[in-house]
Design a protein around this ligand. Structure first.
Ligand code: DGJ
Length: 729
């Protein structure tokens, strides 16, 4: 991996074994983008921009009518000065205009990669960083573009720092993290869209002239859109072809957009959503944008996913959890909702222990007057009618049974009907004279306020320092409204949405640093805030409130575009399923849940002996394969549709597990050969149950006959052990 500066051409080349990213300084001022793609050993500008005197060109050098910033591929840009395409940043000065004229000033290359102040970032021990300084000397503004490249990844990270060098405050109205100009527009745009209980649908459509945009203005990254987009060649598949993917490490309002402009080029832009953002940059103040990740794959969407999975496991999640096996949990939510007593819980824990479960998680309903979802958020003290031994006592009893203990919180919320709201009504987000809008009958705490942040830090520290809590489920069940407060002046009210996210990160940073051994699970009604920002603190997420096995094949496949299975909480729940009413076999529910971060969420004391004995076997099976399922490489072999099959492959050096989900049973079944694509070509594998031996190459290319399956939603698996690394027959 290296970052080369070619003095004569004023050209920067970031390169490792798989990718190159190249741009250069043009006319001593402008940053002209040259190339992003497979690694180049050297670059001599075979693809210069086409300089033509075009109608409606605006020219920074009036006599050079072929040179226009409106058509030049750029590294960053704004509107109001020469470029009309989507902007990556925008200032508003006190004279009321947005014109700036940033020019290249200097660069710096160094080993490693800095942590961004107040924001989550990828760790960079195996990275190099390039910083480009641009200056607007008229208004005394500074902008630094940061680029980092890793030794072992087809990824580059980008972010921007803005600094006000002048003596007058100026407003930053748009602070994008990434902009990339591409010479073509014949791409498919791929995004992950959804809703509560229907997250991460893979959507693929052709780019067309104009702007295509996804975003969130809800205060969180949202289940509606993942802060991600990819551009793929039209013929790119799961297993082949080129993809460029962009993902923002941020948990608040974002924008991700592509503009196809007049001459058939496209511009990708990504960052904080400017619609809900403005930042007062006081004299000498600095603003740092979130970090964006760009991935280049020449091996289709599975190749893209491999890069994200490794990058996030190795450089993003808290170090303690990188390689640490995750416990099999029993969560009380779907089995109990708000209705439980301490005795019930202890009985369930006994049963859980008998079955081989390792972590007992008490979900919502344990605190204040919380007997339904209308009240008590904020009153984070035990309801002693339900739990006479209090949390510490209960946790001790659970530990004595040989289980770990986990507890649910929804720290960002406050119920109108709560002691906390009576004491601190000013702690809810609010705008004077307007009603406080409720969602799930709750309000949102103003996490932009340090006093509120400290209250949550102290409250959670109180529980965690007892040493009795091994796991926290951090939930967040509504989006932000009336994003204002009575503290900040009028010209800073538009900062609150971003300050909220910074407040959240401060709390998470403080708690996870103080208590690195506690496993935090991220949740926002399932995958409502499943984003890399949250994963920097919490190594796993409750993927969806939809626990139906069929729906989960689609949801988990969608999220697997970006996140490895270990990051996706997946539980076996009861049938008929509580969200969609479907009945699926227990075996299927088990295998689909094991293909994520495995657990159970059902009334364990109400199950038949047959069910319990099957659960026990599932758990034994999972423990045997846990290393492979949690830390192996994961590939999608078949993407599910509403009715049809889905197949996943888990693979490590020595073995592989194929999980095949059949969907709806069909008459007149055709012979069904499943190609494994990714087994070691030259190795011989033995399928453990049938003892049959196959070469990796034949499984990859000829495929494996799936036995005839009768019945809806059946599943089967194949466990392959490598018996030789070179095929001998
Ligand atoms: C939403 C979560 O996604 C559920 O798993 C559960 O924790 C409920 N909230 C509790 O209110």
């Amino acid at each position: 991996m290296e970052i080369i500066y070619q003095e004569k051409e004023k050209r920067f080349h970031l390169r490792n074994d798989s990718i190159s990213y190249i741009f250069q300084v043009e006319k001593d001022k402008y940053l002209q983008h040259c190339y992003f793609g497979p690694a180049l050993t050297s670059y001599h500008q075979s693809n210069p921009p086409q300089f033509i005197d075009r109608g409606f060109n605006t020219n920074p050098i009036s006599s050079e009518r072929t040179f226009s910033l409106n058509t030049l591929p750029l590294e960053t840009s704004t509107q109001g000065s020469l470029d009309y395409r989507i902007a990556n940043y925008q200032f508003l000065n006190q004279a009321g205009n947005s014109v700036t004229a940033f020019e290249y000033e200097s660069y710096r290359i160094y080993d490693g990669k800095p942590r961004l102040s107040e924001l989550p970032t990828l760790r960079g021990s195996k990275a190099k960083t390039l910083e480009i300084v641009l200056i607007d000397s008229i208004q005394q503004l500074k902008m630094i573009l940061h680029y980092s490249i890793f030794t072992d990844s087809s990824a580059i990270t980008r972010s921007v720092t803005f600094e006000n060098l002048s003596n007058t405050a100026i407003y930053l109205e748009n602070a994008g993290s990434l902009m990339l100009d591409l010479p073509r527009c014949d791409y498919d745009l791929v995004t992950l869209n959804g809703a509560h209980t229907n997250e991460a649908n893979i959507t693929r459509q052709k780019l067309h002239p104009g702007i295509q945009r996804i975003d969130s203005n809800r205060g969180t990254s949202s289940p509606q859109h993942q802060p991600f987009l990819a551009l793929a060649n039209w013929n790119t598949t799961e297993n082949s072809g080129e993809v460029m993917a962009f993902h923002l490490i941020y948990s608040g309002n974002f924008i991700a957009q592509v503009e196809v402009e007049q001459y058939g080029t496209s511009r990708v832009q990504m960052g904080i959503n400017p619609d809900t953002f403005s930042w007062k940059l006081d004299p000498k103040a600095i603003f740092q944008t979130p970090e964006a990740v760009m991935v280049y794959s020449t091996t289709g969407f599975n190749g893209m996913s491999q890069t994200f999975h490794h990058l996030y496991q190795e450089h993003l999640v808290p170090k303690t959890w990188q390689k640490k096996e995750r416990p099999i949990l029993l969560n009380t939510w779907e089995g109990n909702y708000f209705d439980f007593t301490e005795t019930d819980l202890l009985n369930q824990a006994d049963k859980a222990k008998e079955l081989g479960i390792e972590l007992f998680v008490l979900d919502d309903g344990w605190f204040g007057q919380r007997n339904d979802d209308t009240k008590a958020l904020g009153d984070w003290f035990e309801n002693t009618t339900k739990i006479p031994s209090k949390i510490t006592g209960l946790a001790e009893k659970i530990h004595e049974k040989g289980l770990q203990f986990g507890l649910w919180f929804e720290p960002e919320m406050i119920s109108k009907e709560s002691l906390l709201f009576n004491k601190h009504p000013e702690w809810a987000l609010q705008v004077p004279n307007y009603p406080l809008t409720q969602g799930r009958q709750q309000l949102v705490l103003d996490f932009s306020k340090e006093a509120v942040q400290d209250f949550i830090i102290d409250m959670l520290t109180g529980y965690l320092q007892t040493g009795k809590i091994d796991y926290i489920k951090w939930d967040m069940n509504r989006h932000l409204t009336e994003v204002g407060n009575l503290t900040l002046p009028q010209d800073q009210q538009q900062e609150i949405a971003h300050r909220y996210v910074l407040g959240l990160y401060r709390i998470l940073q403080t708690l996870t640093t103080k208590f690195p051994e506690v496993l935090f699970e991220n949740c926002s009604s399932g995958g409502g805030r499943f984003d890399p920002g949250m994963m920097a603190y919490m190594p796993q997420t409750w993927t969806s409130d939809n626990s139906d096995a069929l729906c989960r094949t689609r949801i988990q496949s969608g999220y697997s575009y970006l996140y490895p299975p270990i990051m996706m909480g997946a539980h076996v729940s009861d049938v008929p399923n509580h969200q969609v009413g479907r009945i699926t076999p227990l075996k299927t529910r088990g295998l689909i849940a094991m293909s994520g971060n495995f657990g159970y969420e059902l009334a364990i004391n109400q199950q038949s002996e047959t069910t319990l004995s099957e659960i026990k076997k599932q758990i034994q099976f999972y423990k045997k394969h846990r290393q492979l399922l949690q830390f192996g490489d994961f590939y999608r072999l078949l993407l599910p549709t509403e009715t049809a099959a889905c197949a996943w492959l888990f693979k490590n050096e020595d073995e592989a597990l194929v999980v095949y989900f059949h969907g709806l049973a069909q008459p007149a079944q055709k012979a069904n050969y499943l190609k494994t694509y990714y087994l070691d070509h030259d190795a011989l594998y033995q399928e453990v149950n049938s003892q049959a031996v196959f070469s990796g190459a034949e499984l990859n290319h000829a495929g494996l006959l799936i036995p005839r399956i009768k019945g809806d939603f059946e599943t089967c698996y194949f466990h392959f052990k490598k018996i030789t690394s070179t095929k001998t027959v």
